[in-house]
Design a protein. Sequence first.
Length: 189
Amino acid sequence: MTTTSDIAPTTESGIDPKRFRDLMARVCAPVTIVTTTDGDGPHGATASSFAALSQDPPLITVAFDRRSALLARIVAAGRFGVNLLHHGQEDLAMRFASRGTGGERFAGTPWHADTGLPRLDDAAGWVTCELYDTVEGGDHLLLIGLVTKACNVERPPLVYANRTFGTHSRFTERPRRPIIDHITACTSD
């Protein structure tokens, strides 16, 4: 049996990388396909680091490994799109997570250009962004996108946790009050 004292810290912070990865695997994350385009055509990759950052101005974040070919293309283009996947699109998430070129990943995938960016036809949501800023974070670069377009359809989201795909339990069965209604109810007399 391995104990905590048996594992030598291997990072600057003293945290064992495997333990950190195992902990973060338990965090439920949205599954997205981030896209851009250039003279070579459409490009995209699966990312689960998507998050909202600000309402005013509307900003989102997504992080990529510094070695990512898509990252270099996004920085060069100065804009990108985020396709939010829905439950049932696990195969699509895996295709865009695998090695391959943009052409290989998009082959057989219904998509169209929306404001000049590759948008997957069957995605649960779509966001277009201008590259607003970047932040260095260890072996990743955090992209901050200024949202220029956002739309969604009512479908259960595809999420990733414990190294498997899924969705929120009973997503389609429960009535969902907008969170703003909950906030208003808590602040009113």
